[in-house]
Design a protein around this ligand. Structure first.
Ligand SMILES: [Fe+2]
Length: 193
């Protein structure tokens, strides 16, 4: 059975061993994805909610809004992603002169894990019409990385500094956009008309 506090303790114990022991902890948690949902809570809003934060470890509960995408970015620390509900489509990118090019992809459904090395660049899409929920475990302080982090413009693929406040806004805007679409009548009229 998944237990949030035990999961945090297990990650704290595992992180000094690096990415593989963390992957094993996340894999064990995912064997009870229904328990993860009940312990972490049915998603009410899209967003990134830290459930543990230290210099060497951050655990975040990610709730992706329906059909939202997040531009390519790096982390400057290893990451283990475990999806417990919905779907996360990852595109992996590699640097090419002044821009980046797509180099691979991994689609994660409930129970699936992705392991990302510290230099990996990825973008994420929730391709379905409901929230997607995942735990992301990072081998460092996600919110204050030792090395500056980058993101790449979705359209031009030009690199720029990563900004966590912009990322949080993206989650809010994606949820608002989805809610606005959901509330529209099929004819495109505002609700109530
Ligand atoms: Fe990421």
């Amino acid at each position: 059975m998944f237990d949030r506090d035990h999961f945090i303790e297990d990650c704290i114990k595992a992180v000094s061993g690096g990415q593989e022991p963390i992957r094993e902890v996340v894999a064990a948690a995912l064997s009870d994805s229904a328990g993860m949902m009940s312990e972490l809570g049915e998603p009410q809003h899209a967003g990134i909610t830290p459930i543990y934060r230290a210099n060497d470890l951050t655990i975040i509960n990610f709730v992706w809004a329906p059909c939202m995408s997040l531009m390519p970015h790096n982390h400057q620390m290893f990451a283990v992603v475990g999806v417990y509900s919905g779907r996360e489509d990852n595109v992996f990118w590699r640097r090419k002169a002044t821009t980046i090019e797509a180099a691979g992809a991994q689609s994660l459904g409930a129970g699936d894990i992705a392991t990302l090395g510290r230099d990996v660049i990825h973008s994420v899409l929730n391709p379905i019409g409901k929230m997607t929920c995942a735990v992301h475990v990072y081998g460092g302080d996600f919110f204050d990385p030792e090395e500056p982090r980058s993101e790449w413009d979705h359209e031009t693929l030009i690199e720029r500094p990563w900004n966590v406040d912009e990322v949080k806004s993206l989650f809010r805007e994606a949820e608002e956009r989805f809610s606005a679409t959901k509330n529209k009548s099929p004819g495109g009229n505002p609700p109530g008309l």
